[in-house]
Design a protein around this ligand. Structure first.
Ligand SMILES: O=C(O)CCC(=O)C(=O)O
Ligand SMILES: [Fe+2]
Ligand SMILES: [Mn+2]
Length: 240
């Protein structure tokens, strides 16, 4: 495999920020106290239902740097992507044993070649997330989380990934939690419905850890969000 693919291996793509205490002191699942953006944003997205945080201030901090677009994919597009990804994924085993890893219960791959139908979807993702002409990471990252799998708090490597992370969620709803590096009391939860696209930019990407909650902890604004197997398809730009 090319050097680039080697470089993208999990150990490099992700760096756990210091010997992180994050996953033992992450805020408890939200009670009904979750605050949400007021309406009136001219965004096309129903952020009010999909973004929740520990305070109005923290929501203000990540405003414009966090987006969730519900139904970004049609059911047919999701099916086509899955059909393309499943054969390659099925050849790999889920990894459960490495407790030092940022991700538990996963298998993953990077993909450079896609069918025309998938390209059309990926072009839409890239148009939504990146300015035209922005240098992008060529290989698209595909992460398959087992039903019991989860992603621990981490910040993507600044060496290999730029300012923006854009991910499609297939097969399952999930909750992504951002926790401020500066003050762990500041957090933002994103409800990522199946077939949605999320985008993290700038300080939401650099100054907050992100994680995907395990099934037992999967609550959004006090509401249970059952986690099933989830496949994410993630586009990134290159560091400036
Ligand atoms: O599955 C996702 O949407 C996020 C994955 C992730 O955080 C990563 O690969 O760095
Ligand atoms: Fe990440
Ligand atoms: Mn390991």
């Amino acid at each position: 495999m090319s050097l680039l693919l080697t470089v993208l291996k999990r150990v490099n793509l992700i760096s756990l920020p210091r010997p992180s205490p994050h996953h033992c002191s992450v805020p408890r699942p939200l009670e009904a106290s979750g605050l949400a953006w007021e309406g009136g944003r001219d965004s096309s997205v129903d952020d009010r239902r999909l973004v929740s945080g520990s305070s109005p201030d923290v929501l203000e901090k990540v405003r414009g740097q966090v987006e969730v677009s519900e139904n970004f994919l049609t059911e047919a597009e999701e099916r086509a992507l899955l059909q393309e990804l499943e054969p390659g994924l099925r050849k790999k085993r889920y990894e459960f044993d490495h407790w030092d890893d940022a991700i538990h219960g996963y298998r993953e791959t990077e993909r450079v070649q896609w069918t025309e139908g998938s390209w059309a979807v990926l072009r839409r993702v890239r148009q939504a997330a990146f300015p035209a002409g922005e240098p992008l990471l060529g290989p698209v990252h595909v992460l398959d989380l087992d039903r019991t799998g989860f992603i621990k708090p981490h910040i993507d490597s600044v060496k290999f990934c730029g300012s923006t992370i854009a991910g499609l969620s297939l097969l399952s709803d999930s909750v992504m939690r951002l926790v401020s590096e500066q003050d762990m009391a500041d957090w933002v939860d994103l409800l990522l419905p199946r077939r949605s696209l999320y985008i993290l930019r700038d300080s939401a990407r650099y100054s907050f850890t992100h994680q995907v909650l395990r099934d037992e902890e999967s609550f959004f604004a006090g509401r249970r969000v059952p986690r099933d197997r989830r496949i994410s398809v993630i586009c990134r730009n290159l560091p400036a």
